[in-house]
Design a protein around this ligand. Structure first.
Ligand SMILES: [Mn+2]
Length: 271
C-alpha cells in the first residue's frame, strides 16, 4: 500500500530547504495526522537528536509511521560526504549515516543518502566512484543486518555530478555486490534530468524504495507544471509499495503546503 508522507525538518541550519514542516516536532505531527497523512520523514541534526521512546510515543499517539530519515545534516552541519578526498572525513560520513540507519531501523524507516554522497573530484571521477562504492558496500551490508534498505538518491546536476538519473543510479547500484540499496525517485530532480519521468519510473520500478513528491518548481504537487497523472499511473503500474513523501517548499506556508499535498495525493492515489 502506498503511504502518504510529509517531511519534518528539525535542523535550523536548513530552514530554507524544501521541507513542509520545520517547527516543533509534536505540532507538526499533529497537523500531519489531522490532514490524514500515513507517515512522516524526519530530518534531524543527528541520530541522537530525538529520544527514541519519545518518538515512539508520539507516533503511537498520532497514528503515524516513521517512513524515512534524511541524512543531509551530516553534510550541512558537519561537512561530511562519502566522496570527500580525506579518508577521515569519509569514515566519519559513513559512521554518521550508520547511526542514522540504526535510529531509523528501530522504526522500520529507511535512511536516505542525498547530499551526503558529495561530488566527484575534478578529473578524478574514478577515484571518487571507488570511494562511493566502498561506502555503499559497507552501508549496504549494514542495511542487510538491520533488515531495512538504504536509499540512494540521484540528485540534479546542480547538486551532484555523481549520478543524476534513476537509470544512472541503478547502473551503479547494479555493479555493487550489496542488494540492500534502493533508489529514491525525487520528482523535482527527475523533472530536471529525466527524458520522461513516467518512463524512467516504469524502467526502474523494481529499484525504487522511496519517492519525494514536489512539483516542477519544488512547490507542493499541483502548484507547478509536472504532469502528475501519468507519473502516478507509472508508480501504480510498477506496483510501488513505499511512501510518497512531500519534500517541497512550504508554500504558501507549512499548513497550506501540507493541505495541497494531501489534495494531490488523494487525487492520484486511491486509498
Ligand atoms: Mn529529495
Amino acid at each position: 500500500m502506498i503511504q502518504s508522507c510529509v517531511t519534518i525538518a528539525l535542523v535550523p541550519q536548513i530552514k530554507s530547504g524544501p521541507w513542509i514542516f520545520w517547527e516543533d516536532l509534536e505540532s507538526s505531527m499533529a497537523q500531519a495526522a489531522s490532514l490524514g497523512f500515513d507517515a512522516i520523514e524526519l530530518f534531524t541534526a543527528e541520530a541522537s537528536s530525538i529520544d527514541t521512546s519519545h518518538l515512539e510515543k508520539l507516533l503511537a499517539q498520532y497514528s503515524l509511521k516513521l517512513a524515512a530519515v534524511g541524512s543531509g545534516a551530516g553534510k550541512v552541519i558537519q561537512g561530511l560526504t562519502l566522496t570527500d578526498p580525506n579518508h577521515v572525513i569519509r569514515s566519519q560520513a559513513i559512521s554518521f549515516i550508520q547511526s542514522m540507519m540504526d535510529f531509523g531501523a528501530h522504526f522500520g524507516a529507511v535512511t536516505i543518502i542525498g547530499s551526503m554522497q558529495g561530488n566527484a573530484m575534478p578529473d578524478r571521477r574514478e577515484e571518487s566512484l571507488t570511494h562511493l562504492q566502498e561506502a555503499l558496500e559497507y552501508l549496504g551490508a549494514h542495511a542487510e543486518q538491520l533488515g531495512v534498505p538504504l536509499i540512494y538518491e540521484p540528485l540534479n546536476r546542480y547538486e551532484t555530478n555523481l549520478f543524476n538519473t534513476l537509470g544512472a543510479g541503478r547502473t551503479f547500484l547494479e555493479g555493487l555486490s550489496t542488494r540492500h540499496i534502493q533508489l529514491l525517485a525525487d520528482l523535482f530532480h527527475m523533472n530536471i534530468e529525466e527524458v520522461d519521468i513516467a518512463q524512467s519510473i516504469r524502467e526502474n520500478g523494481s529499484w525504487i524504495g522511496h519517492v519525494h513528491l514536489a512539483d516542477s518548481n519544488r512547490r507542493p504537487m499541483g502548484m507547478g507544471h509536472t504532469s502528475m497523472k501519468e507519473i502516478a499511473e507509472a508508480l501504480i503500474q510498477v506496483d510501488y509499495q513505499g511512501a510518497i513523501s512531500a519534500e517541497a517548499f512550504p508554500w504558501p506556508n507549512p499548513l497550506g503546503a501540507a493541505k495541497q499535498t494531501m489534495l494531490a495525493f488523494n487525487q492520484h492515489f486511491e486509498k
